[in-house]
Design a binder for this molecule. Structure first.
Ligand code: BMA
Length: 325
């Protein structure tokens, strides 16, 4: 039902500037082509990590969504507003949404005072304008591709450690905005306890796509193994399996879950998914619904490479079992 490409669509060897871990990309169709903004963590090798490691965001384009051409230089590099004293340390895990022909990118952002989610606007993947930042700790934000009931909508994943007993039990929330800058009307969408294959945290994954049945959207879910360690590079103890899941949200009220797939739809199976910087991590970040009904789901694998799986939208909708309200 879901077919995985057997090789990554993008990896470090495809990039002409320094690159080590190329993963967790955002993808959109924009101005007649596919655009990808990918995370590139530089300074990581299988048996050592350089003290110089940093994250940059790179851009690639494609005419078919499969073969990608990477720009010759990275886009957003390390500290963005200058040197050691910068409050913002890095941007990562970009998510792209086109609304009324304008491209927006949600991103996670490490600052000296916590992790924030941000939204920026770009026309050319060169200059950009940051529209909004959350308070810490929040990330994994994704925008819906149109206004709903007159408001912009986003999913997000605050991570309240103190009030949840430092248990890493984090949930999916939504917020609405009149202008993409001021956000409020925040509501719980899905609790970790509702996801049968998660025993830790969940979060939004790729931005939702509109179908006749509802907003179809991926989630990521974490299952922490207590009985075994997973493969990882250089001295890490790694036991968190990241799984790709699927849910359906009400078209008019996207804070309401109307369907949930009771099992993961993408889990690590292939060599490059099981082995890498952090093995068994599947992190969807891009979902494109083609006119043919084919859905392309792009996902980071093992925090090391970027991959693609495809399915028919009708099959994905059937997987989302209806939820009682
Ligand atoms: C999360 C984020 C993701 C990453 C995942 C697995 O907390 O940092 O970017 O893919 O962990 O390491």
């Amino acid at each position: 039902m879901i077919t995985k490409l057997q090789k990554p669509v993008l990896q470090a060897g495809d990039i002409s500037y320094p690159a080590d871990l190329v993963f967790n990309a955002g993808i959109a169709k924009y101005q007649g082509k596919y655009v990808m903004v990918f995370r590139n963590d530089v300074g990581f090798k299988p048996d050592s990590t350089s003290s110089e490691c940093h994250t940059v965001l790179g851009v690639a384009t494609s005419s078919d969504g499969i073969k990608w051409y990477v720009n010759s230089r990275p886009w957003i590099t390390g500290t963005i507003s200058g040197g050691k004293d910068s409050e913002i340390l890095r941007f990562y895990d970009p998510r792209l949404t086109v609304i009324d022909g304008v491209c927006y990118m949600c991103f996670a952002c490490d600052t000296r005072h916590g992790v924030c989610g941000g939204i920026l606007k770009t026309e050319d993947f060169d200059s950009y304008q940051i529209l909004t930042m959350t308070a810490p700790d929040n990330r994994n934000m994704v925008l819906f591709p149109e206004k709903i009931g007159g408001s912009y909508f986003r999913l997000e994943r605050p991570f309240p450690e103190y009030s949840r007993g430092y248990q890493e039990k984090f949930d999916i929330w939504s917020s609405a905005s009149p202008d993409l800058r001021y956000w409020g009307d925040t509501k719980l969408v899905l609790g970790t306890e509702q996801v049968p294959y998660a025993n830790s945290k969940i979060g939004p994954a790729a931005p939702p796509v509109k179908t006749s049945k509802g907003w179809l959207t991926t989630i990521h879910a974490v299952y922490k193994h207590s009985d075994k360690m997973l493969n990882a590079w250089a001295g890490q103890k790694w036991n968190k399996e990241y799984l790709g899941g699927l849910m359906l949200l009400d078209l008019e009220n996207p804070a309401k879950v109307i369907g949930l797939c009771p099992e993961p739809v993408i889990r690590a199976e292939l060599d490059h998914e099981l082995n890498g910087f952090r093995g068994s991590v599947i992190f969807p970040g891009g979902m494109i619904l083609e006119d043919s009904g084919e859905v392309k789901i792009y996902y980071g694998a093992a925090d090391t490479v970027e991959c693609l799986a495809t399915a028919h939208v009708d099959d994905l909708l059937k997987l989302c079992k209806s939820q009682k309200s």
